[in-house]
Ligand binder design. Structure first.
Ligand SMILES: [Ca+2]
Ligand SMILES: [Ca+2]
Ligand SMILES: [Ca+2]
Length: 245
């Protein structure tokens, strides 16, 4: 006869990220009105609700002949505002800033604080690495500060014709300090934009000086979820020991 003499049961907990707990979306923006405080805005609606641990904002194929003209902010569903860049290179309130170009560049901005593995989102998103050799340093102002370098293409106006390299950068603002390096201020997007995902996210781009102009055809918002968005998916019997007598 058969007799069950032992029973070993173990719970197998299978954890996986919730299917909806992430977001990647893009929207059209357009030409940036020259020397106009209203600028141009574009909104992306995030339908899913989850806690955020990482934020990245990308300007796709952006062009402009004077980066120092630009002020770019993102407003979160909670009303918080995070600066992406602000009069880059200007260390006085009346300064003209840096004259480098954006030339069909893809510029992705994040913060030093927060998750940076965006590869799970797909869509060409990858881990953000701000320190890789051969790529921009991550410091937007350092990149803008380059002068005299030969550019593959350039504007024909005043100032330098250096083209800002595509890559990952730290969102920054400007405290209009007394010198170039001292005016660069890192921005913590997670702190400023809150922790909840669902609702409208709006980018606003303004040009604040006459003559040089540009456009941002589209922008992309990427949000990473908090690790608590996981579930218990399975409970199984690990083993049932039977032995003949
Ligand atoms: Ca220029
Ligand atoms: Ca420059
Ligand atoms: Ca301008």
């Amino acid at each position: 006869m058969k007799k069950i003499i032992g029973l070993s049961v173990a719970a197998i907990a299978v954890f996986a990220a919730s299917a909806n707990a992430q977001f990647l979306g893009s929207a059209n923006v357009g030409a940036i009105p020259d020397n106009n405080a209203t600028g141009i805005s574009s909104t992306i609606n995030v339908p899913n609700s989850f806690g955020i641990t990482g934020i990245a904002v990308t300007l796709n194929n952006a062009s402009h002949t004077w980066v120092g003209d630009l002020v770019i902010t993102v407003t979160a569903p909670n009303g918080g505002v995070g600066t992406i860049m602000r009069r880059t290179g200007s260390f006085t309130t009346g300064g003209v800033g840096d004259s480098s170009n954006l030339l069909n560049g893809t510029y992705r901005f994040t913060s030093r604080t927060g998750a940076t593995n965006f590869s799970a989102l797909g869509g060409g998103q990858t881990n953000i690495s701000l320190q890789n050799a051969g790529t921009p340093s991550g410091n937007w102002w350092s990149e803008a500060g380059v002068t005299g370098a030969p550019a593959p293409l350039g504007d024909t106006g005043g100032g330098d014709t250096y083209n800002m390299r595509s890559g990952d950068y730290i969102a920054s603002s400007n405290n209009f300090s007394t010198n170039y390096a001292g005016s660069y201020v890192e921005v913590n997007l997670l702190t400023l934009l809150g922790s909840q995902s669902n609702g409208n996210w709006t980018i606003k781009i303004t040009d604040n000086a006459l003559q040089d102009t540009g456009a941002v055809p589209t922008w992309t918002l990427a949000l990473l979820p908090e690790p608590t968005s996981i579930g218990l998916l399975g409970l199984g019997v690990l083993g049932l020991i039977r032995r003949k007598r």
